[in-house]
Write a protein of this length. Structure first.
Length: 371
């Protein structure tokens, strides 16, 4: 089965093999050397001066970011399940979140953010997804960060980059905390959360004793700067991460990004060529997100007949969205076959006669450029 969901993504063989060695104890020079290298590689990869690992899924890093970087009141961008989650976490910790809500295909407005900050001087942190995976939507995070910092230089900007880190060369100016997780573009099994910190965010943590116990970022910062973790590290996942980042260093970060961009452009051209609607107004490169009332019927056919596992939507869009992963080291062959399967599914559902347009269009665009 071809796993084409936008997380979890398939784990490449070289990563599985790297993780298949004998178990290492986490408090040993052998593991600490790997930890140190993975930490350095991640910091270079994210272009953030400091990084922290947590043994949890991505939501653990979201929670830790809320508890440490919002002391008074949170501003949350909510255009889907993950934006909603920041609001739920902030509410759970009494940060009285102010939510800016948008339909799941509509990017946040920078003006709305600026207006809200002007009205509410008590807001000290803003939380936003780079890519809101629920609809495959790209928010204008760079412009939001710039506007927030211009209005209030000491505000913390927390960006959930779980489906953006490793997908595109993010401009991190103005972002204080950049979150990612193992099971998306980094193509690792789930269970490792990562936070990139700006120099200001790291300095802020140095001055405090931190919040909570397990997810205490001040404790983690002290330990991780010494190449260890406060609690047992997710050793196997960190070994896998080191292998993945080493691989990306060799191929070149910009090669990964340009392949992702080309695949995305070619895939969107292909789905439009067979008459499908791309759902988000500003599509993120992480995935191909389509709206069709028969989306769940297409998905079912793709899975049972063509061996392609695509994701559906959530809540109101549960049966009408179809999402294909475009993150990581997905090959043109995998994307091409998935689009071909989608076109066949349209035929099986009586929507459009199959004529090979999707794969032809994808191949032409990917290999010969859009014409
Ligand atoms: C997957 C994802 C998360 C994290 O979810 P977990 O299940 O906790 O790993 C958070 N934000 C976005 C945008 C995601 O795509």
């Amino acid at each position: 089965m071809l796993l084409m969901t936008p997380g979890p993504t398939p784990v490449p063989e070289f990563v599985r093999l790297a993780m298949a060695g004998e178990s290492l104890h986490h408090r040993t020079p052998e593991f600490e050397a790997i930890f140190e290298r993975a930490r350095k590689r991640l910091s270079d990869f994210m272009q953030m001066p400091e990084v922290l690992f947590l043994a949890s899924s991505g939501s653990g890093a979201m929670e830790a970011a809320v508890t440490h970087f919002c002391k008074k009141r949170a501003l949350v961008i909510n255009a889907g399940k993950f934006g909603e989650r920041f609001g739920q976490i902030a509410a759970a910790y009494g940060k009285e979140p102010i939510e800016l809500r948008y339909p799941w295909h509509t990017p946040a407005s920078v003006e709305d953010v600026a207006d809200t900050l002007a009205k509410h001087p008590e807001i000290d942190a803003i939380f936003v997804q780079v890519c809101e995976s629920s609809g495959g939507l790209r928010h204008p995070v760079e412009a939001i960060a710039a506007a927030a910092k211009a209005a209030r230089p000491d505000i913390f900007v927390v960006a959930d980059g779980i489906t953006a880190v490793g997908v595109e060369p993010l401009k991190v100016a103005g972002i204080d905390v950049l979150i990612t997780g193992s099971q998306k573009a980094l193509m690792l099994p789930p269970g490792l959360a990562m936070l990139g910190l700006s120099a200001d965010a790291a300095a802020f943590l140095e001055e405090q004793s931190g919040v909570g116990f397990y997810f205490n970022l001040a404790t983690e910062l002290k330990n991780q700067r010494k190449n260890t973790t406060a609690w047992t590290a997710a050793t196997t996942l960190i070994i896998g991460l080191d292998a993945m980042l080493g691989h990306i260093e060799q191929m070149g970060r910009e090669v990964l990004f340009s392949q992702t961009l080309r695949r995305h452009g070619a895939a969107l051209a292909a789905v439009r060529a067979i008459g499908l609607d791309v759902y988000p107004q500003t599509p993120a490169l992480a995935m191909v997100s389509l709206y069709h009332p028969k989306a769940s019927q297409f998905r079912k056919w793709m899975k049972t007949e063509a061996g392609v596992n695509a994701a559906g939507g959530q809540e109101a869009l549960k049966t009408s969205l179809l999402r294909l992963n475009n993150m990581g080291l997905i090959t043109p062959a995998q994307m091409g076959w998935s689009l071909n399967a989608l076109e066949l599914a349209l035929d099986a559902a009586g929507e459009r006669d199959y004529d090979g347009t999707a794969i032809a269009c994808f191949s032409r665009d990917y290999y010969k450029g859009s014409q």
